[in-house]
Design a protein around this ligand. Structure first.
Ligand code: NAD
Ligand code: DAU
Length: 359
């Protein structure tokens, strides 16, 4: 791995990965291709280490000419593909951008890689890799006693977001099977940590709590996710890139599976210690109308990546939540930049006003 194209590296996980890779691997040069949608921000890339090994390109992964030019210009041997529309609630209200970015975008990248690596044979095949970053949501939902998702669990995506990610996984897999393009896929559970866009549960709750706003909990709050601190995810992807086997899929998860309400209450208790209000933050919790088609429970069986690559999550949930709150408190400029985005404010109105009225 020498010349790495990271897509979506101005978003939450991508920007953490760029930072992580520049720190752990002194050999790599990174080209970060990101369209800077509402979810991507150069604020996430401030103070990167080793800037001499880093290039940012603003552009769309659906632009085949641009992607092909970048592969040739920078002699890219590794693609780490994060770029996507990533928020389930947005996919329910407006699915079309998800099909574009997640399906057409992934297809465009795969085709460009096939052309450059397999047709033009620009680099030795054993030195190239396409890593596709995906989600546990492709597996659908679990009942209370079902075993956790494994790599052989059949796909059953329930939201337009999950269906678009499932489509992209199938495309990535098919390029390996049909053309022998060196592909790996990782399916990961819910990430949290620094630089997560505050449309997602944990940063939304922290920011609302800090300003005394209601903390919206969908439905009964008993839905279960498998929470993973973002740098643990970055470490797992790096291991797959360096030691994983082409053609394989790896499940990644946090072994942290509390109900949403417990997560929200834990954040409230942390804030009572770190940034007290006159009343307990838990008083701000408000149950609101549920997400349509809301998956009840996710859990990841991570025995394959543990066994084959020796990876396991480092962060306990309380430590990760503490680190996340601490990071937000220490970065008011980052918070202010997002809060003044008109798009963000209109999203909050669109998603929460109707919910609050009908609850
Ligand atoms: P994010 O929404 O924070 O960031 C997405 C980034 O992709 C943004 O910087 C955005 O500008 C960019 N982007 C979107 N469309 C683009 C396009 N057409 N061309 C170029 N750039 C584009 O997302 P995230 O939470 O960091 O997720 C990153 C990846 O990880 C996604 O593929 C997501 O499906 C996957 N994933 C996320 C989680 C999670 O909990 N957040 C868990 C598992 C997998
Ligand atoms: O499981 C991995 C997935 O995790 C990723 O693929 C997605 O990109 C990522 O967005 C995330 O999806 P979720 O839908 O699980 O994350 P979100 O933070 O939106 O919601 C987490 C849980 O909290 C979910 O059960 C819905 C609930 N929720 C969410 C919001 C935004 C609330 O109760 N209230 C809220 O306001």
């Amino acid at each position: 791995m020498k010349n790495v194209l990271v897509t979506g590296g101005a978003g939450f996980i991508g920007s953490n990965f760029v930072r992580y890779l520049l720190e752990v691997d002194p050999q790599v040069q990174i080209v970060n291709l990101d369209a800077l949608t509402y979810a991507g921000s150069l604020e996430n890339l401030k103070d990167l280490p080793h800037l001499e090994r880093y290039t940012f390109v603003q552009g769309d992964i659906c632009n085949g000419d641009l992607v092909r030019d970048l592969l040739r210009q920078y002699q890219i041997d590794t693609i780490v593909h994060f770029a996507a529309e990533s928020h389930v609630d947005r996919s329910i209200l407006s699915p079309e951008p998800f099909i574009q970015a997640n399906v057409i975008g992934t297809f465009t990248l795969l085709e460009a890689a096939r052309q450059y690596w397999l047709v033009e044979k620009a680099l030795p095949i054993e030195q190239v890799r396409f890593h596709h970053v995906s989600t546990d949501e492709v597996y659908g939902t679990l009942g209370p006693d079902d075993p956790a998702f494994s790599e052989t669990t059949p796909y059953a995506p329930n939201s337009p977001y999950a269906a678009s990610k499932a489509s992209s996984d199938h495309l990535a897999r098919s390029y390996n099977h049909t053309y022998q393009l060196p592909v790996t896929i990782s399916n990961c559970s819910n990430n949290y940590g620094p630089r997560q866009f505050p449309e997602k549960l944990i940063p939304l709750i922290i920011l609302n709590a800090l300003t005394g706003k209601p903390l919206p909990v969908y439905g009964d709050g008993q839905q279960i996710r498998d929470w993973l601190f973002v740098t643990d995810h970055c470490e797992a992807i790096h291991l797959i890139l360096t030691q994983g086997t082409s053609g394989e899929t790896y499940n990644i998860g946090g072994n942290n599976q509390p109900a949403n309400l417990t997560i929200v209450e834990t954040v409230c208790d942390l804030l009572d210690e770190m940034q007290p209000l006159t009343a307990p933050h838990r008083n701000l919790i408000k149950f609101v109308t549920d997400r349509p088609g809301h998956d009840r429970r996710y859990a990841m069986n991570i025995s394959k990546i543990e066994r084959e690559l020796g990876w396991r999550p480092r962060y306990a949930l309380t430590d990760g939540l503490f680190a996340t709150v601490q990071w937000i408190l220490a970065n008011p400029d980052w918070v202010a930049a997002i809060q003044k985005q008109r798009e963000y404010q209109s999203w909050l109105t669109k998603n929460y006003e109707t919910r609050e009225k009908s609850s």
